[in-house]
Every structure is written in structure tokens, then in C-alpha cells.
Write a protein that binds this ligand. Structure first.
Ligand SMILES: CC1=C(CCC(=O)O)c2cc3nc(cc4[nH]c(cc5[nH]c(cc1n2)c(C)c5CCC(=O)O)c(CCC(=O)O)c4C)C(CCC(=O)O)=C3C
Ligand SMILES: [Fe+2]
Length: 375
């Protein structure tokens, strides 16, 4: 047995995710949960429902979270980190409030949250903090004693997140036909969000065109492109592109869209493209539908060879990164001086979201941040 690792003051980890349907009957209620009060056009919802039905009404995300839970528990056990791991979702069972109630019943008092989103943005960060505040409010109304909740920092530039994606891009390049491999372009893809949300993503100091959301993705893309050049000796051109746009057409969202980009690059004479979904922690429906189905069909029409590279998923290096992030945060909470681990030019992200970080359209209470109404 290795020496025990010290996660004090924390007594539990909570994997906090999006949730997804597990069968055809779940699809409509799931979409209602996702879109409550979010102003998404009906046509778009019908369209997205079809994506889920095409896959038997089952989102891949829950299975991927179960695999991640297993990888985390195995990594912790192997390294002597005695920290129970729980799982709760925003939009589907196991629901966050139920998990939190269970954690309180189990006597958990200091909870650290790992969200399945690596970057700053309202959808990927503050909205999860709002969900935590809602869950705490629900438990408070039940008369329960509330635990203290902190959220792990953004891990987009942690080597345990970046390195598996480097390997994925290398595998995709290797998988392309020999005659087009060296000329391949890399399209780093992430979820489009309204430009107004991007511009105010991250701490106030990062607000401006694209905000922390775009800046962080560009840093990861550059890191992967540099690592690929080092490993292959080929300088592949790349661009950050977007997918899965959902809002009304008159509201500007981040562009270019992956499909338009494929068309444009093909017209410019690019012989092949690797689509690298750096914005996603695992092979979500957005990856399976928008890239593997829609964009791949588009490329087929164009006669453009494409490959989609792997997401991090339950890679053991990612599980190890989570362990390191927990120990780093625990040491910081204990007042120890510790240098946080991060690649790239931006440095390690903040531990605690400051006031004004990723504001929502209509301000709501958010836990686990400087503006949290909870201790
Ligand atoms: C930045 C971002 C991430 C990445 C960060 C993170 O991972 O959190 C993400 C993840 C996800 N989004 C997901 C699903 C959906 N997102 C929607 C809608 C929206 N997403 C947005 C942004 C993001 N979303 C936005 C700005 C909207 C518009 C409405 C709003 O402002 O809220 C809709 C409604 C229909 C549609 O329009 O697509 C669905 C069904 C799933 C589950 C997939 C699965 O089942 O595998 C996952 C992991
Ligand atoms: Fe989404």
C-alpha cells in the first residue's frame, strides 16, 4: 500500500455532469429539463430530439460518467487517496439534489466538485454553480444541515487533459490515407455559445472579444498543435471552429461552424481534416451526432477525407489529473504554498470564481464562488 494521500479538509468528491436520457421515453422530459427558461426555438428541439432517437433514445453521457467514476475510484484506491466519489446531474437522474441529500445523510461536510466541463463559460461553469445553489436551497428547506461545497478549478490546460487529446490527434492522423496525411488540417471544435456569453466568460479581467472561453480553447489548440508538430515533424495548419449552435438565428453565436469550415477548407484545396473535439470531456451526443454523423456526412459529400479524434473520456491520465487537482486544492485550503500544474500561456485557472465570473442573463444565486450566499 502506498502512503495515504491527504485530501483534508475534503471528505468527498462529487462528479457533477449534464445528464442524458437512457431510453426513448426519457428524451422529451430530458429536453424539457434542459431547455426550461432557456428560450430555444421549438424547431431546434425537435431536431435535437431526433438526434437522440436516432441513437435509441440513449445519450452516451451517462455511460461515460459511469466509466469515469470507475476510473477515478480505481486511481484513488491505487494511490491511497481515501475519498468517496458521488455522481449527480443537472438534467437527468441521478439528479444533483438527490445525490447531495445522500451525501449529507452519509455525513459528508466538505465536498469538492468536479464538473464535466473543462473551460470557463456560463453553461460549463456558473450554471453548475447555480445548480449547486438550487440543490442547497432544497436541502435547507428540508431542514438539513448544509455541507460546504467547493468546485475544482478549470482543467483545460492540465497535462492529464491535454496529453490524451494529443494522442488522439496523432492516431487520427495516422489513420488518414498516406497521400493526404501530411497536408491534413486540424479543426479544433467546441460548443458554440452566444458571442455575448463568450465575451463575458471567465473573470471580469478576461472579458472582451471571445473572453476566457475562446482564449482557453485557443491555448489548448496551440498546445496540441505544438505537441503534434514535435511528434510528427509536420506543422499542420489549424483553426478553432464551433458546433452545435442552438439559439435563434438573429442572435450571434461563435463561428465558423464546423460544416461551413469543412466546405471552405475543401474549396481552398486542403486534402484532409482531423476534427478534434477539444471542447468536450467525453463523446457526448454533440460529438456522435454533430461531428461523427453530420460533419462526416458533409465531408463525404465533398469527397474530403476526415477523421474525428478521441475525447479524454475515462483515460487513466485524466483520472490521475483529477487526483492531482484534488490534492492541489486540498493543500491550498490547508494554507500550504503549492504551485498548480498547468501547460500553455494562461497559467492555472482560479480556484474560486470571483464576483462577475461568467454572469448569467438573469442573476441567480450560485454556490462555490466568491459571490456564494452559502458558507
Ligand atoms: C458550452 C456548452 C457545453 C460544454 C460544456 C459542458 O459540457 O457543460 C454543453 C454541453 C452539453 N450540452 C448538452 C445537451 C444540450 N445542450 C443544449 C443547449 C445548449 N448548450 C449550450 C452550451 C453548452 N452545452 C448552450 C449555450 C445551449 C443553448 C441553451 C442554453 O443556453 O442553455 C441542448 C438543447 C437543445 C440544443 O439546442 O442543442 C441540449 C440537449 C449535453 C448532453 C449531451 C449528451 O446527451 O451526450 C452536454 C454535455
Ligand atoms: Fe449544451
Amino acid at each position: 500500500m502506498p502512503d495515504a494521500l491527504d485530501a483534508t479538509p475534503y471528505d468527498a468528491l462529487l462528479l457533477l455532469s449534464f445528464g442524458g436520457p437512457e431510453g426513448p421515453d426519457d428524451v422529451v422530459p430530458f429536453l424539457e429539463n434542459v431547455t426550461r427558461g432557456r428560450g430555444i426555438p421549438k424547431e431546434r428541439l425537435k431536431e435535437v430530439g431526433k438526434h437522440y432517437f436516432q441513437f435509441g433514445g440513449v445519450s452516451p453521457i451517462n455511460g461515460q460518467n459511469r466509466a469515469l467514476l470507475k476510473a477515478l475510484r480505481e486511481d484513488f484506491a491505487e494511490h491511497g487517496l481515501d475519498l468517496p466519489v458521488y455522481w449527480g446531474n443537472r438534467n437527468w437522474a441521478p439528479y444533483l439534489t438527490d445525490t447531495l441529500r445522500e451525501m449529507v445523510a452519509d455525513g459528508r461536510r466538505r465536498i469538492l466538485v468536479l464538473a464535466t466541463s473543462a473551460y470557463a463559460s456560463y453553461s460549463g461553469c456558473r450554471q453548475y454553480r447555480e445548480n449547486l445553489a438550487d440543490a442547497l436551497a432544497a436541502l435547507e428547506a428540508e431542514g438539513l444541515e448544509l455541507p460546504k461545497i467547493d468546485k475544482l478549478r478549470h482543467y483545460f490546460n492540465h497535462p492529464g487533459f491535454v496529453e490524451p487529446m494529443v494522442d488522439g490527434v496523432l492516431r487520427s492522423l495516422a489513420d488518414l490515407p498516406d497521400d493526404v496525411r501530411d497536408g491534413a488540417h486540424i479543426a479544433f471544435s467546441t460548443h458554440s455559445i452566444p458571442t455575448a456569453a463568450a465575451d463575458t466568460s471567465g473573470p471580469v479581467a478576461a472579458h472582451g472579444e471571445g473572453g476566457a472561453y475562446v482564449e482557453e480553447h485557443l491555448d489548448v489548440a496551440q498546445l496540441i498543435a505544438d505537441a503534434v508538430r514535435e511528434r510528427t515533424g509536420v506543422d499542420h495548419p489549424w483553426r478553432l471552429v464551433y458546433q452545435s449552435r442552438s439559439g435563434a438565428p438573429h442572435i450571434p453565436w461563435l463561428e465558423p461552424d464546423i460544416c461551413d469550415h469543412l466546405e471552405e477548407r475543401h474549396a481552398a484545396g486542403v486534402p484532409a481534416v482531423v476534427m478534434a473535439p477539444i471542447g468536450f470531456v467525453s463523446d457526448h451526443m454533440e460529438v456522435l451526432y454533430d461531428l461523427d454523423t453530420e460533419a462526416t456526412a458533409k465531408a463525404g459529400e465533398l469527397g474530403l477525407p476526415v477523421r474525428r479524434s478521441a475525447t479524454v473520456g475515462a483515460d487513466p491520465r485524466f483520472a490521475a489529473a483529477v487526483r492531482e487537482l484534488i490534492l492541489e486544492r486540498a493543500a491550498t485550503e490547508r494554507g500550504q504554498d503549492i504551485i498548480p500544474c498547468a501547460l500553455g500561456t494562461l497559467g492555472a485557472s482560479h480556484h474560486v470564481c470571483p464576483v462577475g465570473c461568467c454572469p448569467s442573463r438573469a442573476p441567480r444565486p450560485a454556490a462555490a464562488g466568491a459571490d456564494s450566499p452559502y458558507a
